[in-house]
Design a protein around this ligand. Structure first.
Ligand SMILES: [Ca+2]
Length: 222
């Protein structure tokens, strides 16, 4: 009897140790080799999506490469770099055609999200000598800053007004990108969803893109 209890205790101790080991943060050298070598890899995304083929696409003599040239892309996100033309990343500086601050406290980017999104779209690659650039590096960028740093929240007037502002701005963007969402409305058809649907019904020449799964859990349509 004693030996059976001892065996159980030993097994229990081993189980606890294994679980503690799994819960502890693992050394990066154990996971990734002796030297972890983190780096940005936006340059891989275009290849995965087959975009370089579009950059070099040719159709007769009139269309030579689809690079975003002639388009203005509107992006609604946290903010953009340092919030002034002097402080803009060189990959974005030449692409910005307009900016509007909905946040109320300036269009600087306190967390880097909006700058990352904008660079992924229109980044020219000038800082990396063309190695890391956006998907549409010759498109113009109209940026709508929405993050209020004091309130720690996004200020969106209404989705309809946000889209209408971009639609009517000089240059008339016809692509609008939204990499943001609200965690309380996972999968729910709410007023924001209705607002977006109403806008695209009223303005059928506007393509509105919305992130899916922006909150890591499930697809989260606006
Ligand atoms: Ca702001």
């Amino acid at each position: 009897m004693y030996s059976r209890i001892y065996k159980y205790k030993t097994a229990l101790k081993a189980l606890i140790l294994i679980n503690v080991f799994l819960l502890l943060p693992w050394p990066t050298s154990l996971l990734y080799g002796e030297e972890s070598n983190y780096r940005t890899e936006n340059n891989l995304a275009a290849g995965i999506m087959g975009v370089p083929g579009l950059w070099s696409y040719q159709l007769g003599s009139s269309i030579t490469g689809l690079t975003g040239k002639g388009q203005i892309i509107a992006v609604a996100d946290s903010g953009l770099d340092g919030g002034s033309l002097e402080l803009l990343h060189p990959d974005i500086k030449d692409r910005l055609v307009g900016v509007k601050d909905f946040s109320g406290d300036g269009w600087a980017d306190p967390n880097g999200h909006g700058t990352h999104v904008a660079g992924s779209i229109v980044g020219t690659g000038s800082k990396s000598e063309g190695v890391v650039k956006g998907i549409a590096p010759e498109a113009g960028l109209y940026f709508q800053a929405t993050y209020n740093d004091k309130e720690k929240t996004l200020r969106i007037p209404s989705v309809y007004e946000l889209l209408a502002d971009a639609y009517n701005t000089p240059g008339q963007p016809r692509i609008h990108v939204n990499s943001w969402g609200a965690s309380f409305s996972d999968g729910v058809y709410d007023w924001d969803t209705h607002s977006l649907d109403k806008f695209v019904w009223d303005h059928q020449d506007m393509v509105v893109l919305k992130s899916a799964g922006n909150g890591y859990k499930t697809s989260k349509p606006l």
